[in-house]
Design a binder for this molecule. Structure first.
Ligand SMILES: *Cc1c(COP(=O)(O)O)cnc(C)c1O
Length: 376
């Protein structure tokens, strides 16, 4: 007798839809017989990994028959120094995605609730649903707000209930590019009930540190024991393929995450490369410069084409194509440029475009002008 595995799955799992990653370059080249395609679909760093990290990879390659340090001692100690927090407040993850899932596994279950914003980062929904907990999704700000489609913190607070256990905030947020004023975010965190953990996802923090009105939530950890800040090496640090990120929290939350994580959740090469990357301040600065210039160029092009775009708080722009975005996405693919459809976010007329090298942006520019001026 056969039984449908769907009926056997844990609550929440059956209803999940797989995460839709950006289309890999090799796949597009295979499908269309194109070469030299440009991928601006996954907010990856166009500079490649930091040279210091590549050297570290070479150095540790002979050690790869060994298990990594399950406690990530060296990387945690270095991060602790960098962030001025004790090492026992840091939890390393296989990407920050891993720590977001660990938080959901630790604090959610059927009958409990997570709060996040409409257009909030997709992993918030996935991590929540997998546990069978209920999602309370707050309506986003309007498209003509100063932070278009961004988190409406009052609406989010309106979703708090006695069953709330996790509150997810992305600052800045992907895919909207919106961010939150330091004072309003701090006031919001103070409003989160003591029975809930508030997670501030700072995956793009390097791109906005120094922007007037923006602040990292890290210095507030002392004041709010239920606060968790997550960060990643996938974006400004150029190590998306290595999968390394981390959470900073109070020691009690870190202790729980440490119990539930896999014993070796961050691989040996990733630990070594992340550690080495932190020495490469020059790489970081170069990346930020290329990103800033790329954003300015793309903003100019979009203005000329009469296309609306969201705020530029990360290494991407959310663009309103003013029509069904699927054919636009296809037309760009035909021209060898991969961008990211965001219909899965409930934004069927938008595309998210990552910022690349000047050469890549030139290819994008040509393709956009072709598609939008060409009357497709
Ligand atoms: C890219 C991204 C992450 C990080 O993903 P990793 O798992 O660390 O690669 C987290 N949050 C947001 C909002 C992101 O865009």
């Amino acid at each position: 007798m056969s039984c449908d595995p769907l009926t056997l799955a844990a609550p929440g799992v059956g209803a999940l839809r797989p995460y839709q990653p950006g289309k890999p370059t090799a796949e597009l080249e295979r499908e269309l017989g194109l070469r030299d395609t440009v991928k601006l679909a996954s907010n990856e760093n166009p500079l490649g990994p930091p040279p210091s990290a590549l050297a570290a990879l070479q150095r540790v390659a002979p050690e790869l028959a060994l298990y990594p340090d399950g406690n990530g001692h060296d990387l945690k100690r270095r991060l602790a120094e960098e962030l001025s927090v004790p090492p026992d407040r840091i939890t390393l993850g296989n990407g920050s995605n891993d720590v977001l899932v660990l938080l959901a596994e630790t604090f959610l279950q059927p009958g409990l609730e997570a709060v996040y914003s409409q257009y909030g980062f997709a992993v918030f929904a996935l991590a929540t649903q997998a546990t069978g907990a209920m999602a309370r999704v707050a309506p986003a700000r309007a498209a003509d707000d100063a932070q278009p489609l961004g988190h409406d913190l009052d609406a989010m607070a309106g979703c708090f209930s006695p069953r709330t256990r996790l509150v997810f905030v992305a600052n800045p947020n992907n895919p909207t590019g919106s961010w939150l004023q330091a004072d309003e975010l701090r006031a919001f965190i103070a409003r989160v009930p003591a029975h809930a953990i508030v997670v501030v996802d700072e995956a793009y923090v390097e791109y906005v540190l120094g922007v007037e009105g923006f602040a990292s939530a890290l210095p507030w950890l002392e004041e709010f024991p239920n606060l968790v800040v997550t960060r990643t090496f996938s974006k400004a640090w150029g190590l998306a393929g290595m999968r390394v990120g981390y959470a900073v929290s109070g020691p009690a939350v870190a202790d729980l995450l440490n119990r539930i994580r896999q014993p070796f959740n961050v691989n040996l090469a990733a630990q070594a490369m992340a550690l080495a990357a932190l020495d490469d301040r020059d790489y970081l600065q170069r990346g930020l410069r290329v990103n800033r210039e790329g954003i300015h160029g793309l903003q100019r092009t979009l203005a000329q084409l009469g296309l609306w775009h969201g705020n530029a708080a990360g290494n991407f722009l959310l663009v309103d194509t003013g029509r069904d975005a699927a054919p636009v996405y296809q037309a760009l693919l035909q021209r060898g440029v991969i961008v990211r459809p965001v219909a899965n976010y409930g934004l069927p007329e938008h595309l998210r475009i990552s910022i690349g090298t000047p050469e890549q942006m030139q290819r994008l520019d040509g393709a956009l002008r072709d598609v939008f001026a060409g009357g497709h």
